[in-house]
Design a protein around this ligand. Structure first.
Ligand code: GDP
Length: 322
């Protein structure tokens, strides 16, 4: 898929504000919004990324799957892939929050319509701003009888001012949602009954990845995964060049040591799973199997011109939770 049609977004929230439910809804509704034209071609079938059955079975485990991807087709037929990366909400995971945000070009900030911003909202939002990521604010649980949507929107604005946000960031898009009931609205009175406004806000407000496809490969390893079939899996974002299956690469560790290795399998994210692919373009997020040694913070580079990406800072949390 072309870079212009990829979006990398991190999802951040205080615990229980509805991150899991919202991602589940996006996965569930992904692929439903197609033009009448495309629908006709598809024989009137709505093309869900996954059947609802396997999806139902996988529900509840999104919290464990750190990356997922949803496909979205705009009403005029443009197809997008949205990579969604999960971030731990707690300050104890300060280093991990930092790392995960390196993969994203924007964030979805979920705030409970009654509780408003909480300590973890502040912590993760502060990290997003430090990393130059602007938020799309989703005021969730708008179905609650005690919802205070307008007040909560004002509280988020205040919080952004306290965190030193610039004017552009303060002009954040707001979506009111009930992830539980599956609807989102930019105007609460609109009566819209699906999640389309969230998809649209992502497409419109999160910039497409910026990178130069002609430069040699550089991929930053952000997380590690493990499968009993293929062993260790390195997950991260390709910042330069492109990565190919069966390609020889140089893995550069944090001490600057180089090891020449070969990629066995390459995957992109699709729904809650991974799909084998032959190559991944710069700007996309992928999973690589067959490398050992490999670790978080390593750069996977082109053997002809191996150059490391800046080492990810893993600073300790500065905030005490109250
Ligand atoms: P997470 O900790 O941020 O992942 O939050 P969850 O998605 O697990 O949601 C926490 C609780 O809030 C669960 O009991 C959900 O059913 C509930 N919840 C999530 N979204 C909504 C919503 O839109 N409306 C209401 N009323 N409850 C919600």
């Amino acid at each position: 898929m072309e870079i212009q049609h990829i979006r990398n977004v991190a999802i951040i929230a205080h615990v229980d504000h509805g991150k899991t439910t919202l991602v589940d809804q996006l996965l569930y509704q992904s692929g439903m919004f197609r033009s009448a034209e495309l629908d006709k071609l598809a024989g009137g079938q709505h093309n869900l990324v996954m059947d609802s059955d396997p999806l139902e079975r996988e529900r509840g485990i999104t919290i464990l799957s750190k990356n997922c991807a949803v496909n979205y087709t705009t009403p005029d037929g443009e197809e997008y892939k949205i990579n969604i990366v999960d971030t731990p909400g707690h300050a104890d995971f300060g280093g991990e929050v930092e790392r995960v945000m390196k993969m994203a070009d924007g964030v979805i900030l979920i705030v409970d319509s009654f509780e408003g911003p909480m300590p973890q909202t502040r912590f993760v939002l502060g990290k997003a701003l430090e990393n130059g990521l602007n938020p799309i604010v989703v005021i969730n649980k708008a179905d609650r009888p005690d919802a205070r949507c307008d007040d909560v929107a004002d509280e988020v604005f205040e919080l952004l001012i306290q965190l030193g946000a610039d004017d552009e960031t303060l002009d954040f898009p707001i979506v009111y949602a009930s992830a539980k009931e599956g609807w989102a609205r930019t105007d609460l009175d609109s009566g819209n009954d699906n999640m389309k406004p969230v998809f649209d806000a992502i497409i419109e407000n999160v910039p497409a990845p910026a990178c130069d496809e002609k430069t040699p490969l550089q991929m930053l390893v952000t997380t590690l995964d493990y499968s009993e079939y293929v062993g260790k899996i390195a997950v991260g974002r390709v910042f330069a060049g492109r990565i190919e299956k069966a390609q020889k690469v140089t893995v550069i560790d944090k001490q600057g040591k180089h090891t020449l290795q070969k990629i066995v399998d390459l995957y992109e994210f699709e729904g809650l799973g991974k799909r084998p692919v032959d190559w991944i373009e710069c700007g996309d997020i992928c999973a690589v199997a067959g490398l050992e040694p490999v670790d978080i913070g390593n750069t996977i580079a082109c053997p002809d011109k191996p150059s490391p990406l800046p080492i990810i800072s893993v600073d300790e949390p500065t905030m005490t939770m109250t």
